[in-house]
Design a protein around this ligand. Sequence first.
Ligand code: COA
Length: 175
Amino acid sequence: MIGDIRTFRLSADTRIKNFDCGDEDINDFFHHDSYDYSEKLLSVTYVIENEEDTLAFFSLSNDKIAQDTSNKAAWRKIKKRFSHTKHRSDYPAVKIGRLGVSQKYGKQGLGTQILDFVKNMFLTNNRTGCCFITVDAYQQSEAFYLKNGFKRLNPAEKIKADDTILMYYDLRELK
Ligand SMILES: CC(C)(COP(=O)(O)OP(=O)(O)OC[C@H]1O[C@@H](n2cnc3c(N)ncnc32)[C@H](O)[C@@H]1OP(=O)(O)O)[C@@H](O)C(=O)NCCC(=O)NCCS
C-alpha cells in the first residue's frame, strides 16, 4: 500500500530509505551520486517516500535545445513551433537527468504523476522561461515517455544497442 506520501528536495541530511527501481545505474546514482550532484549544483533531486520506502525519485537540470547540437531536420521542427517569434539559436529546457520508480510501487501510475508534476512545475511555477522538458530515454522506457506525450527529437536517427534516445515535451501544448 502506498499510504501517506511526501515529496521533498534531497539535501545532505536526507537518509534514503529502501529503494530499487530495477536499474543498477539509476539505483547507484540515487544512493551514491545524487548528494554530490546536489552539492555541486549539477542537478536537484526530488524524493517521494512513504513511512517505509522511497517510492520514486527524479533529478532535474537546466538544459537547452540548440541549433548547433541538433540535426537540421530536428532544428527545423523546433523552430517551426515558434513561427511568429524572433529566430533564436537555442530554446530553454529542463532535463530529467534520472527518474526511477521503485519496482514495489511500479505500474500504478506513479511515473506518469511525476511527469505531470514536472510539467506543471515548469509551466506555472517556474522563475525563468522554459519551453521544453528533455530526457535521454533508455530504449526500454521510450514507450513510457511516448504515452506521456514526449517525442523523439531526431525520429530518423538510427539507435544502436546501448544508446539513449533524446526526447522532448513541448510545455506550450498545455497552455
Ligand atoms: C520507466 C518507469 C519510470 C515507469 O514508471 P511507472 O510508475 O511504472 O509508470 P506508469 O505506471 O506511470 O506507466 C505509464 C504507462 O507507461 C507504460 N510503461 C511504463 N514502463 C514501461 C516500460 N518499461 N515499457 C513499456 N511501457 C511502460 C505503462 O504500461 C503505462 O501504460 P498504461 O497507462 O497503458 O498502462 C519505471 O518503470 C522505472 O523506474 N524503470 C526503471 C528505470 C528507468 O528506466 N527510468 C527511466 C530512465 S530514462
